[in-house]
Ligand binder design. Structure first.
Ligand code: HEM
Length: 108
């Protein structure tokens, strides 16, 4: 969990410095996002956490996230993983797990 929270915190900081992604987060409760994001990473990589946030479809509804912005967000997540000291294989594993959710987030 400490590593996943490190990835999440780096990810949040990178988003704060990227206006193209930051604009989606206007009015969002960041503490809640942080908790849900880290727990989701934990669950997707084998648990034992139990994710209690919204579905990816519900959480990203009405945002109309573009493909380009989705790809940029993934780049930030990769950078966040590198900054947290994750191995390339660990980052790739994480991306593989998250890739299946892509269709639930785009253009909703
Ligand atoms: C790698 C893909 C992504 C994953 C795994 C992911 C995961 C999550 C999770 C777990 C939450 C919390 C849901 C909740 O609290 O119930 C969330 C919320 C959010 N995500 Fe994503 N997300 C991804 C991509 C994106 C992208 C590409 C954007 C925008 C460019 C985005 C913008 C947001 C915003 C603004 C919220 C807060 C929604 C709210 O609280 O109303 N996400 N995401």
């Amino acid at each position: 969990m400490p590593a996943l929270y490190a990835v999440t915190d780096n990810f949040i900081t990178l988003i704060e410095h990227e206006p193209r992604i930051l604009k989606y987060f206007k009015g969002v409760d960041i503490a809640e996002f942080r908790r849900h994001f880290a727990i989701q990473l934990c669950m997707e990589t084998g648990g034992p956490c139990e994710y209690t946030g919204r579905t990816m479809q519900d959480a990203h509804a009405m945002m109309n996230i573009t493909e380009a912005d989705f790809n940029l967000t993934v780049e930030l997540l990769i950078k966040a993983g590198e900054q947290a000291g994750l191995a390339t294989s660990e980052i790739n594993y994480l991306l593989m797990k998250l890739a299946t959710m892509r269709k639930d987030m785009l253009y909703k």
